[in-house]
Every structure is written in structure tokens, then in C-alpha cells.
Design a protein around this ligand. Sequence first.
Ligand SMILES: Nc1ncnc2c1ncn2[C@@H]1O[C@H](COP(=O)(O)OP(=O)(O)OP(=O)(O)O)[C@@H](O)[C@H]1O
Length: 488
Amino acid sequence: MSYSEPVICAGFVDTHPVSFEYTSTRYSNQLKYTYQQEHHSVLIDSRDLVGVVADSTKEGKSYCVLYLDKVPPDAKIPSIPTLRSASARDLPQEFVDKYAVQAFRNILRREERNDDGEPNIHVIVSVLSGVGLATNFHESVLRPILDRIPLRADIDYKIHYTESSDTITDLTKNRLLPRAEAGVAQHIVLLSGDGGVVDVINALLTPSPSSSYVPPTISLLALGTGNALAHSTGITADDTLGLSTLALGSAKQLPLLKATFSPGALALADEASRKESLPATVRTKAPDGTEVDAPTMYGAVVASWGLHAALVADSDTAEYRKHGVQRFAMAANANLFPADGSPTHPYQAQVSVLRSLPESGGEEEWEPIKRETHAYVLATLVSNLEKEFTISPASKPLSGTLHLVEFGPMNGTEVMRVMGLAYQGGKHVDEEVVGYHEVEGVRIDFKDGEKDERFRRICIDGTIIVVEQGGWVEIQKENRKVVELVGP
Ligand SMILES: Nc1ncnc2c1ncn2[C@@H]1O[C@H](COP(=O)(O)OP(=O)(O)OP(=O)(O)O)[C@@H](O)[C@H]1O
């Protein structure tokens, strides 16, 4: 069949006779059905299509086509799309073959159950992620879709709503980790931003993993603010916020980075009103060669210091969160153009990068960046920090490469111009003032620089860690298989 030839056949929608027309091109697929009596047509674009579920309650080739009605672009309040379903018979076979939701069943191992009867599929709803739409999305969209599969709440899967910022960590540590270590396959459907994924990862990473550990699989539904992981892996390439990926995708190891800090480092909590210990410590060698217990945290997206860490830290308040993704731009403005008219801060530390030397058989070497002050130092595993903000154009989905973007102090207008180019597909990396390199690791050593702790804030996937005066942080790729992520 030529890709531009539509497939036309007769069938039924809700018992009314229709003519189906399925068009598949390189760029998009569409299913149109036209009621034979009224000549009225309905068009379903593949960007809105979740999948096609066989309807076992009906005879013959009966299906339920699940798709979404987009939120109108001029909607005044943040809203979720509306779930639509069409009960159809005798659909074009090509359409069924491409969008049938069998993959759902391969990923969601519902038949395996624990001794206490608890299923191994968990739906986690992070109620405060993004602008707070996860609960509504779960109740109005996800749950009715799971009902159609059919997957039954409390029998085939368990629902968890977050009650505090510790809910995901506690659930993972107490229930998911022991089963993963015992070799049980588990699936987590996560309605959150990147933070939910990071909480799961850090709770699963124990210092001495069991040899029978089975990495849980995560299906991410992009209900956060930045949603860097979802945008960078193609989960949000269509308009279903990750539902089509959940229905039709396949799982792959999620690459991680490991950030190890000098012993006095603490994470900020509750809008920076208090500090708390990091999730773990590891015994490691400090840059001066001494053995220390180093606070450690893992991430899947980004490790940064300077302007990026400052704007993430400053914008993580309930007040800023109301503005959705705009909160980053608002905080950037406040950092770049201080009210007192002063220039942006020249961040002081020794920054070094770990490079792999192919000429010496892949040996690695730390190489200092020859600049004493910095504005922007950001290492990332992903291409996009927001849908349109391409921080690292060379990063490929789930490839595990780490890229560093860095530049020195500039005035606010120039920083805005340069980083504005990231919204044009990542053109900032072509600017002479921007350093852009593939690296194995990055080290920031504060030595005697930076007396004010605001300038010693490090961002690991949205968590802000303050390094003590004279302290350091080392970021490297982590090779352990901790979770798999379902991608398109
Ligand atoms: N019920 C709750 N009570 C308190 N805090 C919560 C609750 N539910 C979620 N949170 C917190 O809200 C934050 C949500 O983070 P998440 O990353 O999921 O969304 P986001 O920050 O909006 O998106 P992104 O990280 O993609 O920009 C986390 O810090 C999480 O711990």
C-alpha cells in the first residue's frame, strides 16, 4: 500500500453504519468516519489518539477507539483534555494493527500478585505537580481508559495520591523496593513532573543492591511544569500527555547521573524554610584525597550551578508555581535584572570536566575550565528542559550522554539573548561565548570563593542543595539499571 493511499471500508460506530477512511502519511495518520445517513464526519488525528481496545463484550471485530479533545489554545484557566471514545466495528485492519493496545498488557503485568494480594501496578498521582491538574486527569481521563482495558482499580492496580512531599519516597522505599529486590516486576504509572521520577530513583538506589533486583518500569504522564524527561524522550511528541506512550510504547533503561557532595551539603525543603540531609551518603575520596562520607543524590535530567540553579530555587514557591512554566522566565528576569540595577553575579569556583580520552583507551582525566568566574554551568542527560527549550541539541533520547553547557558572566540583556536562542532549537550552543561539550563528569570546587550561600546552590533535577563554604560537588554518569522508562 502506498502511504498516501487512504484505506476505505464500511463499518459501524455506536451501531450506526459509517464509512471509515484511514490515511497514513510520513507525518501524521488520521481516521475519519462519515455517517452514511447524515453524511456528517468525525476526524481523529493520531496526535490525539490514545489507542484502540478490543471490546470483548461485543461480537465480532468490535473496538473502542480512545482519543482526546484538546484544550482550546485560548482557554483562560489551566485545564485537561476531554476523553472521547467511539465504539466501532469493522475498523480498517491497518489502523487496528498500528494502534491496538496489546502493548499495554505486555507492559502492565497484572496477573502477577503479591502474597498479600496487592497488585504490582501502581498509579501514583502527584497532586501538587505542575498547576495541580494530576488528580483531575487521573479521574476524568486515565481511570476511564484503564477501565476499558479492562484494568480494575484496587484489584489489578493500586492508586496512590500524594499527601506530602515524602509520599512517593516512602511508598517506593517501603513497598516497591523490597519487591524489586526480591525479583518482582513492577509497573508505576506516574502522573507528575520530573520530581516524581527523581523521588522514585533515589528511593530505589540502595548502597548494596540485591543481585535479583528487577528495575521497575515507569510510564510517565506529563503533569509537571518543565516535564524535561517527557519532552526529551518523545513522550509528549503528540497531544496525549503520555497516554499513547503508555498504551503503545516500550521500556528502556533510564540513564542517570550521580551527584556527590562535600560532607556539609544539605538540601533545601519547604520553600527553603529548612534544610535536610540528602537521601544517602557514600564513602568516597574528596578532591584532596581524604576519605569522607559524602551526601549523594541521583538525577535523570540536570545538575546545575549559577543562574539556572538560582532561577529554579527562587521560583519553587507556591506563589510562583501558580504561573506554570512561566515561573522560570519570571525568576530569570529577577536574577538577571536585579531591582537595584546591579550586574549579574560572577559565580566563583574552580570548575573541572571529566573527559574520556579515546587515544588512551578510554582513560578519563579531570581538566579545569580556565575561567575564575562563571554565570551558567549546567550538565544534562536530556535535550529539552521544557517543551520548546532545547538546552542540549546533541542529546538523543535515553542515550546516556552527558553534555555540559557553560558560560562566564555577561550582562542580563546578553544572557537573555543567548539563552533565548535555546528556544530556537538550541542555537545558543553555536554562540562563541557558550561552551558546549560532551563530558563524563563535572566538578565544582568552591575553595575560598562565595561567602553567601545563595551562590553555592546546586540544582539536581529541581532539588536545591546548598554546599558549605569551601565545599565541592562532583557529578558523574551512573551506570546502574535502576528503572526503565516507557518511551514511544
Ligand atoms: N500532596 C503533596 N504535598 C506536598 N508536596 C507535594 C504533594 N504532592 C506533590 N508534592 C511536591 O510537589 C512537587 C512536584 O514536583 P514535580 O516535579 O512532580 O512537578 P513540577 O515541579 O511541577 O514539574 P517539573 O519538575 O517537571 O518542572 C514535588 O516537590 C513533590 O514532592
